[in-house]
Write a protein of this length. Structure first.
Length: 255
């Protein structure tokens, strides 16, 4: 098998290539391409690939734009950071949708499906959707994130746009948000609830008590090989990234 990887996160692309080499040593990764533009250019001059692994959301748009510009007649395996329940509909009509970070068991299952398909119907596109249907389905499952928070201050209500929030912090059984201007307000949500309301590409829960925006990070320092501390505005002491979250945090930073 000759594989094309379309992925704009270098760590994720390298990780997938490593897993391929471990699980199928005789398979070959022909290229790792980060953008729609580069992929379209590559596909127009290369027809030697057997299967495509592609992330859905690339740096310059949705991967389906590639299929508008180049006819694809080979199997496609999509990789995605979407919630596993949201992608259930996709799984019914494709070889597989792999939830990132990809692990060996899920990739092995996808390979086995691919191998069975290649034996029965070589060079067949497995999806039962047209490109337009895939786009519509993608739009239907994309989460709608909270745009603002209504904060009660005495008898008044102030609207705080999510885009102005640097981090959420849980203290003394309360949750507070801190804005770019250094204002701190209580919110009526737990951190766990907030994780489902805001875009996790922009926010990351670094420990049990802090949900942090990428824009708030002023510096990251290693304490040990498995511990990190993060400097943010308006807080004297640095936030500590919990040990179990360090690797995921590094991957999130490098996305």
């Amino acid at each position: 098998m000759k594989i094309l990887i379309i992925e704009d996160e270098p760590f994720a692309a390298d990780h997938l290539e490593l897993l391929v080499s471990q699980l199928r040593p005789n398979w070959e990764v022909l290229a790792k391409l980060p953008t729609i533009r580069e992929t379209v250019s590559w596909l127009r001059s290369n027809q030697t690939y057997d299967v495509i692994f592609t992330d859905i959301q690339l740096a310059d748009g949705i991967c389906f734009e590639i299929f508008h510009q180049v006819e694809i007649d080979r199997p496609i395996i999509f990789t995605t950071a979407y919630d596993q329940y949201a992608i259930k509909a996709f799984k019914l009509n494709s070889i597989d949708y792999l939830l990132k970070p990809i692990d060996k068991p899920s990739l092995t299952t996808a390979f086995e499906k691919l191998e069975k398909l290649q034996i029965s119907t070589p060079h067949a596109q497995p999806t039962g959707f047209s490109t337009e249907q895939l786009q519509q389905l993608l739009q239907s499952i994309q989460p709608t994130y909270k745009q603002r928070f209504a904060i009660k201050i005495g008898d008044n209500i102030r609207l705080v746009p999510t885009d102005e929030i640097l981090f959420f912090q849980s203290q003394h059984k309360m949750t507070y948000l801190t804005t770019e201007g250094g204002k701190r307000y209580p919110v009526q949500y737990t951190l766990q609830e907030l994780e489902g309301l805001i875009d996790q590409r922009q926010f990351f829960r670094i420990n049990r008590g802090v949900l942090l925006r990428d824009r708030a990070i002023q510096g990251v320092t290693m304490i040990t090989n498995s511990r990190l501390k993060v400097k943010v505005p308006f807080i004297e002491e640095d936030f500590i990234v919990s040990r179990e979250r360090c690797q995921d945090f590094k991957e999130w930073l490098d996305r």
